[in-house]
Design a protein. Structure first.
Length: 187
């Protein structure tokens, strides 16, 4: 009798999970793919102050929209890093369609293994625990003066230099300083 009830509930549970499945693509990584709305992308790049000729990285780049917008609208050179090969292919296709494939590249790699030491700006839309685990790597690799912008999630006790709201979402900006490297950069 209990088995029959459980089996009857399975289709209901499957239907209830459909909205989540439509939004989240867990793929091979530990961070679900949830695209950043274009208005939020624009706000992130404005908050970071991305300028022509700067180098920017998007860790967990998904379909590449942040890197592509930085190249197309701000004249930056960008690299997107994502562990999911489907997202990388999609990002490359999107870059070609936008006509910026010569100023951007996409790398299929675990973001914890990525080299972004030459970045002026790094953007993130990860999860709180991933941000915290990534923080020492960011501070070790990035030069003083580099900027980090995170969509929705902070970095615990490392207070942002600025926090704004865009389209109902929190955006955080940190500027890498020698003090931050010493205080929060320990691995």
């Amino acid at each position: 009798m209990k088995t029959t009830r459980r089996c009857a509930l399975l289709p209901v549970l499957a239907l209830l999970s459909l909205p989540l499945a439509a939004q989240w693509d867990d793929g091979p990584g530990e961070v679900p793919y949830v695209p950043t709305p274009q208005a939020v992308v624009n706000a992130m790049l404005k908050l970071a102050g991305v300028a022509k000729g700067e180098v920017m990285y998007d860790l967990g780049c998904g379909d590449g929209r942040i890197v592509i917008t930085a190249a197309k609208e701000h004249g930056a050179h960008g690299t997107g890093v994502d562990i999911n090969p489907e997202r990388i292919k999609e990002a490359e296709d999107n870059a070609r369609k936008a006509g910026v494939e010569k100023r951007v590249k996409f790398i299929e790699k675990n973001l914890f293994e990525a080299d972004f030491h030459d970045a002026d700006v790094v953007t993130l839309y990860l999860l709180p625990d991933v941000n915290l685990r990534l923080r020492p790597r960011l501070l070790k690799q990035l030069k003083v003066g580099a900027r980090i912008v995170s969509h929705s999630f902070n970095m615990a006790e490392w207070e942002p230099d600025q926090k704004i709201e865009a389209e109902g979402r929190s955006l955080y900006l940190w500027k890498v300083t020698e003090k931050a490297k010493q205080q929060y950069g320990g691995e």
